[in-house]
Design a protein. Structure first.
Length: 261
């Protein structure tokens, strides 16, 4: 696997994705689909990573299908098409990354305090060894788990996450270059400006994927959500990396969410 592509994949594994949370956020909430309710999300993200002497542009198109099993338990399936465009003379790499299967279970809810807590495990299905070598996923099973909290407020809601993520490569030599166990702690207040418009701020600290870099880095995101109907949402967000001396990363993400039965 090319070093630049590998580092980008490892970083994006902790930011997937805004599609897993309410778009365009990275921090997830405790909301689950009602029993028998479906949700389809489609997102386009463009990430520009700049480091001394290099510039890499990554395009991602995740599609996520979510199904409510009970009113407090849902299952989700994600497939992502990715294109990594490094600077010349390196060639672009394009293909499908790991398929992700996740569940979200809201196990605590207190109406008086307006606090709810959920747990979210996920598993990433391996890609081929050749695809791993091209920087398009991992050829061994990877997995993660997140603890999610939501507190409803007078202006909207505040979400907080603590996530642990394990990235397993088939190539054992990658252990020398990458931190395979990574963590993210993040918080996202969401303001309901009107019945149709919401504004969000999302910020977090995470483990840097590169073993030679500082242990921690972070991100800040601003986003907006427009709901023309109760079952359709359109979202736009801009994410900037912070505290990363080795590179500078900016991601623009936009997507649509449709709920149906």
């Amino acid at each position: 696997m090319k070093p630049v592509a590998r580092s980008i994949f490892a970083l994006l594994a902790l930011l997937p994705a805004a599609a897993w949370a309410d778009q365009p956020l990275i921090t997830d909430n405790t909301d689950t689909k009602d029993a028998g309710e479906n949700q389809l999300e489609a997102t386009y993200s463009r990430t520009v990573d700049k480091a001394p002497g290099s510039r890499v542009v990554t395009h991602e198109v995740p599609v996520v299908f979510t199904r409510g099993i009970t009113d407090s338990l849902e299952l989700a399936f994600e497939g992502t098409r990715q294109r990594v465009v490094p600077g010349a003379p390196a060639s672009a790499e394009e293909g499908w990354t790991n398929t992700v299967i996740s569940a979200k279970w809201r196990f605590y809810e207190n109406e008086a305090s307006k606090i709810s807590v959920a747990i979210k495990p996920e598993i990433r299905i391996p890609v081929s060894k050749s695809r791993e070598a091209r920087g398009l996923g991992t050829a061994r099973v990877s997995y993660g788990i997140g603890l999610l909290m939501t507190r409803e407020t007078g202006f909207g809601a505040v979400h907080a996450n603590l996530v642990a993520d394990r990235v397993n490569y088939h190539d054992a030599a990658l252990d020398a270059a990458e931190r395979r166990t990574k963590y993210r702690l993040s918080v996202a207040p969401v303001w309901e400006v009107t019945d149709q418009w919401a504004l969000a701020l999302d910020a977090g600290l995470m483990t840097h994927p590169d073993r030679t870099a500082r242990t921690l880095m972070g991100y800040v995101e601003i986003g907006t959500i427009y709901s023309p109907t109760k079952d359709l949402e359109l979202a736009l967000g801009v994410i900037r990396s912070i505290m990363d001396r080795s590179a500078d990363s900016t991601q623009v993400t936009m997507g649509a969410t449709w709920r149906f039965r």
